[in-house]
Design a protein around this ligand. Sequence first.
Ligand SMILES: CCCCCCCCCC/C=C\CCC/C=C/C(=O)SCCNC(=O)CCNC(=O)[C@H](O)C(C)(C)COP(=O)(O)OP(=O)(O)OC[C@H]1O[C@@H](n2cnc3c(N)ncnc32)[C@H](O)[C@@H]1OP(=O)(O)O
Ligand SMILES: Cc1cc2nc3c(=O)[nH]c(=O)nc-3n(C[C@H](O)[C@H](O)[C@H](O)COP(=O)(O)OP(=O)(O)OC[C@H]3O[C@@H](n4cnc5c(N)ncnc54)[C@H](O)[C@@H]3O)c2cc1C
Length: 644
Amino acid sequence: MAVNKVNEDLLRERARYTFNIEELTNFIDGGEEGTRNRREVEDMVIHVKELHDEVPEDYLSHKERYENAVKKGCILIDLLKEHVLRHSSFDAYKPSNMYRVLSMAKEVSPVLLHMGMFVPTIFGQASAEQQEEWLHKALMLEIIGTYAQTELGHGTFLRGLETTATYDPSTEEFVLHSPTLTSYKWWPGGLGQTANHCIVVAQLYSREKCYGVHAFLVQIRDSETHMPLPGIKVGDIGPKLGFQTANNGFLGFDHFRIPRKNMLMRNAQVLKDGRYVKSKSDKLTYGTMMLVRVMIVSDAAYELSRAATIAARYSAVRRQSMPRPGQPEPQILDYVTQQHKVFIAIATSHALRLTGGWLWDAYSSLTHDLDQGNLDQLPELHALACCLKAISSRDSNSLVEQCRMSCGGHGYMSSSNFPTIYGATAATVTYEGEYTVMLLQTARYLMKAWKEALGGIVLTPTVAYMVTYNKAKPAWVNTPEAIIQGFHAVAVGKVKEAADGIEYHQNSGKDYEDAWNAASVMLVKASECYCRAIICETFWKEIQKHSRSMSRNLAVVLQQLSELYLSYWVLERSGDFFQVRTVPLTRTKFEFVSFASPKCHCQMCTGFVAHITSVVVLAVQVSIQNLTLTFCTRKRNEFDIGSC
Ligand SMILES: CCCCCCCCCC/C=C\CCC/C=C/C(=O)SCCNC(=O)CCNC(=O)[C@H](O)C(C)(C)COP(=O)(O)OP(=O)(O)OC[C@H]1O[C@@H](n2cnc3c(N)ncnc32)[C@H](O)[C@@H]1OP(=O)(O)O
Ligand SMILES: Cc1cc2nc3c(=O)[nH]c(=O)nc-3n(C[C@H](O)[C@H](O)[C@H](O)COP(=O)(O)OP(=O)(O)OC[C@H]3O[C@@H](n4cnc5c(N)ncnc54)[C@H](O)[C@@H]3O)c2cc1C
């Protein structure tokens, strides 16, 4: 049988690396132990022949695809359990691990929701007694759950959910009911045929008073027969853009009774006589969503890294066209336009991975604070989780599509894996908080921060720079940090613009809600710019921090990737940099005179050129008072980028 020979172009490209691959691998895995863990799990998985499809999934029926996914999910979960039980260090809930294992089956697993939301909700919202009863069963998959919050009529507006849970003190039970068609739960993964339990988010009523949405653990199918219990209507919602094996379903209740103890009572409680005990914050019910939003940032990075790897490899081996008559067809990797498509995908996968790790650390610190009853960091983390989830999933999905397009017709084949990756990342832009709605949530936070900044109040870390624009400016020098400060200036400008927009509409007679709506496009823009500034700054700072403990060759390349990312987004947002002209924030008046000085007409300003071993570094020269940005670039050793 012909042995698969590695393509010579690929071998030649790999021989050109200027850094240690294993060192980069360890960096991506979060250290040598992370690489060891990952490889051990991958080695377990790669040799399981049942995980490899004889027939492409696309040629299977929906039933066969689902059964195939269930089979693979069971195999992977058994491997995960075996590995977790053997290695206490393999933390299934670190952003990368659980999703990685399940995604090794290519198709989305019908137990993704069980692992990704049902178990974390028990961790985060069940009392100690309830965890005692349910957590082990859930971790060992003796019960299989999902997270049933979204309804046919409401996904974003949680306070509008219609499913009711009415307490009956005479029997110490909650009666769950779906009063309307629009109250039917719609979307929960695994609900179609897989889950026999679920977390149900419903309006809690006790003593004829509504206390808002709360979470309940509900058995919906018989543990033996797997048939729906009496009073339960459940099934599959049908075909979707992707996620075909996520087994998304619908669920309706007809006066379905559950014991009082099935209300998750870590935060709020209902006593036997029906008295309601309020939690420290009614937003703690939303805790699982914050966790998944935090995980999505890292997993969006992971999915993008897969797509970028496919595109980079294809670009190395694909030869096409003949710019020079009689010469061999060049690798498409040498086309500048191809680099412009693929290299930003590589840089972004690193930017989002490092930002996702930073956010995970902030989330871990918050959960520790919450356990101590300290909710101070909750508002900022909610704002961060919202905008980073929105931007990371949107960037990941659009760059996955860009990687697909960079591979021509072969990128359109299912065998390229782009369609599966695209379907997964497209879903994340909507689920766990729809893109626009999440950015508007962050905008709520930014409007408050802006008011405090104007009053000179010290702000939380990620918005502190808003105050510094009211104080003497630090001396800006010629560094990428200056670009990051430029992003801060743009974010401040957009926040101010949105706040002024709301004020303008109020002054013209609108009430706050209408003024907010009228300014909402600017509010979304302000959140995008605030979020971009966070990603740029975090990427750059994380690279600086880790560079100190890595070999110089690797540090150089990673630094170039972070500079590439900064340069790319300065160009992508040049209009915003240009537009932020005079921001009368007291003494310092700064003016962006022009994005590029007259002498700078190189490709940098009209195009974008970068090669992974060398990159154009934007040297930003700024001066205080009238902040005048002139950009000059320096020649690189590989491509003539024209004169600057
Ligand atoms: C990339 C490839 C694959 C990656 C996969 C990786 C993931 C790993 C596992 C994934 C597992 C499963 C896959 C996911 C499947 C999908 C599941 C779902 O979609 S579950 C349903 C998700 N639904 C939502 O997210 C709903 C969104 N809506 C909301 O969150 C709220 O309705 C909101 C915030 C829009 C509005 O809420 P509300 O009206 O109550 O609040 P206000 O706007 O009035 O604000 C009041 C006040 O509360 C604060 N607030 C709101 N939410 C939170 C929160 N979560 N935490 C903390 N604080 C919160 C808000 O800031 C306001 O504060 P104030 O001080 O008054 O301004
Ligand atoms: C693949 C997939 C898997 C899912 N899995 C689950 C699951 O397991 N469990 C679960 O509970 N849910 C799940 N969901 C549902 C998901 O959480 C919702 O789809 C999401 O919250 C958006 O709600 P919606 O669909 O009702 O859209 P809507 O909220 O109706 O949004 C529709 C449009 O209205 C806009 N809009 C809404 N509100 C506002 C506002 N206040 N201001 C401005 N614009 C607004 C939105 O921006 C959007 O453009 C899943 C969804 C998908 C796609």
